[in-house]
Design a protein around this ligand. Sequence first.
Ligand code: AMP
Ligand code: ZN
Length: 441
Amino acid sequence: MTLSLYNSLARKKEEFKSLVPNAVGMYVCGPTVYDRAHLGNARAVVVYDVLFRVLSALYPKVDYVRNITDVDDKINAAAKVNKEPISALTKRVTQWFHDDMAALNCLNPTHEPRATDHIKDMIAMIEKLIANGNAYVAENHVLFAVKTDSEYGKLSGRKAEEQEAGARIAVEKYKRDAGDFVLWKPADADDDASSMFDSPWGKGRPGWHIECSAMSSKLLGVNFDIHGGGADLKFPHHENEIAQSTCAHKGSHYANYWVHNGFLTVNGEKMSKSLGNFTTVRDLLDKGIKGEVIRYALLSTHYSKPLDWNEKLLSDSQKALDKFYRLVEEGLPPLPRTTQNPILDALADDMNTPKAIALLHENPSLIPQAAQLLGLFHENPKDWFMTPTEDAAAIQELINARNEAKAAKNFTEADRLRAELVALGVTIMDRPGGITEWRKG
Ligand code: AMP
Ligand code: ZN
């Protein structure tokens, strides 16, 4: 079977061919661990989790690297606000990230390098860039000189100058060109010791872009198959990764296929920390919304398109999964003996998750095939329907009121309350001894 992917570098959908037969290497930019993951961050994780699952179905060996950025300006700033050591902050937030992504049925990547464990590799790469004439030292910073890279801009189609022009901030005077970006920066006087590292240029820390270049080449080699991340990372982050890696490793081309997921939006605007329009995965899990419902919602739209988050998307996802779990509980018709795997076919076509979901609606006997590939249907149907939901307390109150109405022989009121429960999607089961059980769906 062939896998096709939209390659942002080629600007078209291409047939995927791995560098070596039977093995694939994929790098995806991971979280900066300073706060809870929001649903936009989760979309990126879930999308590449599906790609990892599809690759694992097609190739015997898949090396999936997703880093943890645990050294970054945002982390330093958050630790100062919280008045806590950086290491305590990054450890806690990394654990939150792991817990939240596990709740969304995301598999662990094959490797999860932490930036702080690879500072030596970053320094070695920066030294190579200086030696090759692509980087220079200025006022305790090391900067990448974009003008030395004739290929700069090939991914995003944007020019180096736009890097600063978009930011509308004064260009630091130590930069030769406005578009030059930081490879190493000096520590601030009040920085926590755990975010300061010794280097040939004094105590400081690496820039964010060099982290990914160093960790990907260390774990996957200087050329590898797939690089993924959100569309917002294309420029400057990914453009800068390509520049650093290809200039440090002469003759290399870095990643062959670049995959970018579209934004998760709220009323059409990108969900982000800075706009304040975000909902964390944990906010929803704490309300009793199941991780699978969030995951289904995130996969309901093709990964490359924007996905607008709203209550209806969530309730439609809940209803669809309730329907599928009910069918599983009732017993699915057996799938005729076949080597066909239409779900894998749909996903191998540039991860067409909406098509895979549409196929399930047409033919629910494909559910077992879809479970592993989509990372859905992992629960036992009994548990699915019995788990308390957000409105469990309200439902129990309605049931109690109905039982009281029945005891008082006020059957009109009892029927009205039953109708109200049905409208909430609740099925009630009157058991002997006056006990009422209920379930959603
Ligand atoms: P950040 O924590 O902002 O560095 O983002 C971590 C990952 O989440 C990156 O791959 C981003 O591209 C991705 N991301 C952040 N916000 C969104 C969003 N609203 N929609 C989709 N992906 C996002
Ligand atoms: Zn990266």
